[in-house]
Design a protein around this ligand. Structure first.
Ligand SMILES: CC(C)(COP(=O)(O)OP(=O)(O)OC[C@H]1O[C@@H](n2cnc3c(N)ncnc32)[C@H](O)[C@@H]1OP(=O)(O)O)[C@@H](O)C(=O)NCCC(=O)NCCS
Length: 449
């Protein structure tokens, strides 16, 4: 029993390690819609957020309260009024919103104060800080419709929020803002979360919503043939948004997407739309490569770049399993440290997923491409090709005419990409002296055009 446990738990836990390291010290703005709380999910969401925070992530939590406000309105015999996709907040609606926000804050603070033994909250200490961090202005009158106490964000107290986060607290924001005259305005959760994420230049903006994400074809329901698009480059998201009708309710594809696009365009690296209905969706999106919802990403940030000394650990972690199984020849660690400038790497979400090194032999006008590796988690998505192209570019920039590789198992991959097999004798002299004749590696050359 314990052996099985070790076989599954230990590799699984280790596989999460790169994400834990990457996200430590980062800032996430997490917006939880009021429907999630109405559906009784608060306790589980709080447990997941407490766990994420314990792994060093700074969290600003913004809660929504649409159903709770509507419930209060209904109890007072009123119905909600909307226009232009926004609530019209009259005096009664403002009272209801204040009551709902007060109630929700208590519930959220209570959820983060749990600590019963044998629950995921045992031993956790989450200090929640709320405050007047948002300055608001009125929406005003649009097309003759007076939105009264509905507002928009005018300013975010960035230093104030950062100070609270720096103290190790979680910042909790309700969709309220105050004008310099002390008037309260009802805002939307989406607007507050997007503005705060932008003001803080957060690393992630996450909407935990009633929708599962953005379907590949948003006009059709999500199905096996029309799955959730897990990664939407910013340009594609903008194009999609331009073709959609203006959103009026959360189930409209444009509803959350427009905020993700706005945040991404304003410098928030990644925005996510996740379903609250899926238990643990926050953990799955943050600590598993494929994720579960839709992530809008500024693809310029998906980087293919030259390595620096900070990347040595990541490179070793990536190539080690292939050295162990004999696919790659074992390299001395000090050699990698010394030659790290020869490496190019591919990063997804700050984690190194691919690498390759270029070792020039200028006297023979050629170079070896060594240690080409793509993590098994992302093989088959073209990263190998991208690294090869980058190494070719680097070789050309140095005035070299060809590159070569030594391989025992990957010959066909290289042949498909323009390499041709030659005898080991054709290696540059300096390389030939180091050739391991017992390993019987095949030598493949590619002329650079
Ligand atoms: C070889 C390697 C770098 C390719 O990376 P990748 O990101 O998966 O490559 P791409 O996505 O650009 O290409 C994937 C294609 O290569 C094929 N492929 C993967 N490994 C292969 C191999 N050993 N032999 C032949 N083809 C291979 C895949 O089947 C896929 O083919 P398809 O596009 O027809 O489906 C990766 O498989 C790897 O890291 N392997 C282990 C280390 C290694 O062998 N390195 C070379 C040392 S010299």
């Amino acid at each position: 029993m314990s052996t099985v446990f070790n076989f599954t738990f230990v590799p699984w836990f280790r596989s999460v390690a790169p994400y834990i390291h990457t996200h430590r010290g980062k800032t996430f703005v997490v917006a939880v819609c009021g429907e999630a709380i109405a559906a009784g999910k608060l306790s589980l969401i709080a447990q997941d957020l407490a766990l994420i925070q314990s792994m060093g992530v700074k969290i600003v939590l913004v809660h929504g309260f649409r159903p709770q406000v509507n419930e209060q309105l209904a109890a007072k015999g009123h119905s909600p009024k909307y226009s232009h996709g926004m609530r019209i907040t009259d005096g009664i609606a403002l009272d209801c919103a204040q009551e709902a926000a007060g109630q929700l804050r208590f519930e959220i603070e209570a959820a983060f104060s749990q600590g019963l033994p044998n629950t995921p909250m045992a031993g956790s200490t989450v200090r929640v800080i709320s405050g007047n961090f948002i300055t608001a202005r009125p929406v005003g009158i649009i097309d003759g419709v007076d939105f009264m106490h509905s507002g928009l964000v005018r300013k975010v107290d960035t230093p104030g929020i950062q100070k609270a986060l720096g103290m190790g607290a979680m910042v909790l924001l309700s969709p309220f803002g105050y004008s310099p005259t002390g008037e309260a305005f009802n805002l939307t959760m989406e607007e507050v979360a997007t503005s705060v994420a932008t003001a803080l230049q957060a690393d992630k903006l996450i909407f935990l919503t009633e929708i599962p994400g953005i379907a590949t074809d948003p006009a059709l329901p999500v199905s096996e043939d029309n799955p959730i698009d897990t990664e939407l480059p910013l340009a594609a998201a903008e194009k999609l948004l331009a073709g959609l009708p203006q959103a009026a309710q959360p189930s409209d594809t444009a509803f959350y997407l427009q905020h993700c696009v706005r945040a991404c365009k304003s410098g928030v690296e990644r925005s996510h739309i996740l379903p609250f209905a899926m238990d643990g969706s926050l953990l799955l999106e943050i600590y598993v490569h494929d994720g579960v919802g839709t992530m809008v990403i500024d693809e310029k940030l998906e980087s293919l770049r030259e390595a620096t000394s900070d990347d040595v650990g990541g490179i070793i972690q990536l190539i080690e399993p292939f050295e162990k199984d004999g696919t790659l020849v074992k390299r001395d660690r000090t050699e990698i440290e010394r030659d790290v400038g020869n490496y190019s790497i591919i990063e997804h979400d700050g984690v190194i997923f691919g690498c390759a090194a270029l070792y020039p032999y200028p006297e023979a006008k050629t170079a070896e491409m060594a240690a080409l590796t793509v993590s098994p988690q992302v093989q088959g998505q073209g990263d190998g090709d991208k690294l090869l192209k980058r190494i070719e570019q680097r070789a050309k920039a140095q005035g070299l005419e060809s590159i070569f590789v030594l391989t025992t198992r990957t010959m066909h991959w290289f042949i498909k990409r323009g390499f041709a097999q030659v005898e080991p004798e054709q290696l540059p002299e300096a390389r030939k002296r180091k050739y391991n004749w017992d390993r019987k590696s095949q030598v493949l050359f590619k002329k650079l055009s």
